[in-house]
Each structure stands twice: as C-alpha cells, then as structure tokens.
Design a protein around this ligand. Sequence first.
Ligand SMILES: NC(=O)c1ccc[n+]([C@@H]2O[C@H](COP(=O)([O-])OP(=O)(O)OC[C@H]3O[C@@H](n4cnc5c(N)ncnc54)[C@H](O)[C@@H]3O)[C@@H](O)[C@H]2O)c1
Ligand SMILES: O=C(O)C(=O)C[C@]1(C(=O)O)C=C[C@@H](O)C=C1
Length: 338
Amino acid sequence: ARGVRVHLSDHDPAQARTAAARGAGTDEEPEGRCDLVIVAVPPAHVAATLAEAIGAGRGRAYLDVASVKGGPRRELEALGCDLSGYLGTHPMAGRERSGPLAASADLFEGRPWVLTPTRDTDTEVLNIALELVALCRAVPVVMDADAHDRAVALVSHTPQLVSSMVAARLEDADETAVRLCGQGIRDVTRIAASDPRMWLDILSANPGPVADVLDGLAADLTATVRALRALDCAGAAEEAAAGLESVLRRGNAGRARVPGKHGAAPAAYETVTVLIGDQPGELARIFADAGRAGVNIEDVRIEHATGQQSGLIQLMVEPQAAAALTAALRERGWALRQ
Ligand SMILES: NC(=O)c1ccc[n+]([C@@H]2O[C@H](COP(=O)([O-])OP(=O)(O)OC[C@H]3O[C@@H](n4cnc5c(N)ncnc54)[C@H](O)[C@@H]3O)[C@@H](O)[C@H]2O)c1
Ligand SMILES: O=C(O)C(=O)C[C@]1(C(=O)O)C=C[C@@H](O)C=C1
C-alpha cells in the first residue's frame, strides 16, 4: 500500500501464497539483492534464518521482529555472523491468532516499534528500519536489547501467562458457570487463545525476567488468599478488607499508567460477509477478486459452519470501499450474506 515491492518467503509455501493473495506482496523469489530482509519466524528459528540470509547475501540490511531480543542476538554472535547489517526490532502489536489470515494492514499504526541498535550497527541499516517504521505509521523506540526483554517480561510475557492461567480455570468448569461468561473474562482471556508453541519459544528466551515479575505477583496472590480467608475471622476482618482494597487500588493506579493507542483512533471497518465453499483455493480467489476491484482488505474473520462444507468469511474494509467490494463480488458470482 506504500509502494514498496515485497517478496514473501516461508518454509510452508502455502502461507506465503495466502499472504500474497491477500495483497501483502509476491511469493516469487526476488531477482537480486533486496534492500531489506525482514525475518518474521518463531523466536527459536530467528538466528538460523538470519544467518542463512546473511550468509547468502540476500539483502543490504536485515532485521527481525521477534518478541525477545537478547537471546537471538547472542545466538547470532555465537554463529559468527557479521552483524553490522543486522538490527533487532520488535513491533509492540500483534494478535492472538497466527498466520496470514490473522494479518491486518493497520496493525502497527500508532504502536511502539522497538529498535535495539548496538555500537556495531550501520547507520544506513538504522535509517532503513526507521523508514519501515514510518511507513507502517508506528512509533520508533530505541532500547538496549536486555532492557527491552525486562520490559516485555512485565508488559507482555507475564500478562500472557496470567491470561492463560485464568482461562485454564475454565477448562473443567461446570457448563452452567461457563455460560455466564461476560465481557470481563473475555477481556482478561483474549490472549489465552495464542499459539502455545510460539509462547513456549518466547518464554524460553526470557525466563529470568518473567520469573522475577511472577515472584511479585505470587506475593500479591498469597497475601490476597490470606486476606480472603481472614475476612470471616473476628479481629482480623478489618485488616483483611484493607489489604484487599489496597490491591484493587494499586490495580487502578497501574491501569491508569497504561498508555492509550497513540496516533489514529481505532479504525472502524465495514464488514462484507460472503459464503464460501470449503475447498482449496476459495480464499485466494476471493482476495484476488477484491484486489482486482482495487479494495484493500484490512482484516478477515472466518466462521466454519459445523457439519457443512461451507463457511462464512467476513472481509473488513474501509467504509467507503464496502459498496464497491459488494458490487464486485456479486458480479463475480459470490454469495453475499448480511
Ligand atoms: N503475534 C504477535 O503478537 C507478535 C507480535 C510482535 C512480534 N511477533 C514475533 O513475530 C514473529 C512471527 O510471529 P507471528 O505471530 O507472525 O507468527 P506466525 O505463526 O503467524 O508466522 C510465523 C511464520 O514463520 C514460518 N516459519 C517457521 N519457521 C520458519 C523457518 N525456519 N523459515 C521460514 N519460515 C518459517 C511459519 O510457517 C509461519 O508462516 C515471532 O518471532 C514473534 O515473536 C509476534
Ligand atoms: O495483543 C495481542 O494479541 C498480542 O499478542 C500482542 C503482543 C503484546 O503482548 O502486546 C504480544 C506479543 C508480541 O511480542 C507483541 C505484542
């Protein structure tokens, strides 16, 4: 969308093909060297993938977007790579769903994008990364790799574990209780739907800082359990209530420090819903038809109808593009739904 030619490569070619069909670039090999190689693979594969790309001289500059920064850099150093053309980065935006169907064009808008240059990083590489961040309308934040890892232990990795632990309580819960789930538990457990293998990789690359944050949380948990049990005890109830109130108030204070999304207000998209057959190539075909109509698909959701060979696909687009997309898809014979 910003006029940059993007070549997509994945060890599973179907992923690159789907991303290309959604308008993310082409899955054809580039002819020569690229200006910038971006490695977006699970953290455990980042160093090997970068080492291969650097060794083959695939680009003038290299960066990764892994959620941890210290480990991959140390692995690269151990592999003996020339790291002057490499910059470790981390866009602080993501989804609990994986793969190209979960991608959204405005994901990075207004979000911090951490860059971790060292004394050895070429200025040209840092400039290229800054240009990428600007093109994605994100906000660059320069940090040391280990400071980054301690920060994300607090604001990302521990929240993921806590969300998973709260959601885990529901696994064997009574159906009558689960039926009552409201917005509160939905908010707290959204990221519990994340890919466990990806998170095992992330946590394995940042164990110490996450354990440190969890130690503090465990102390609050222990004190809270004690306070709850003491609420019924004559003589201890007042102190217990004060302890409970204190943890809730500290929560208010912490929550008040969470910055809002900078920049643009959250995008409001219009949804075009289409019934698609459950057969290979249907998604690629619909994305190609949208592309031909000049419409950018901002987000996608798929509902599989149980027991049927079809599903509903929701295409989210800018409000002004919805009518054109509806007309183009209808003309090409797609079954549109309200
Ligand atoms: N999802 C998030 O919220 C988020 C946010 C910021 C950064 N990140 C980081 O981005 C990276 C990718 O995460 P994602 O959420 O896009 O995952 P994803 O599962 O959507 O995509 C990873 C892709 O890498 C491919 N892959 C795996 N090993 C490979 C290899 N050796 N060579 C080539 N391709 C390979 C997979 O087939 C898959 O298509 C991770 O390092 C993650 O830490 C994720
Ligand atoms: O919001 C989500 O779904 C995320 O997974 C986003 C989130 C985060 O914790 O903020 C998760 C991991 C990434 O490294 C960066 C962003």
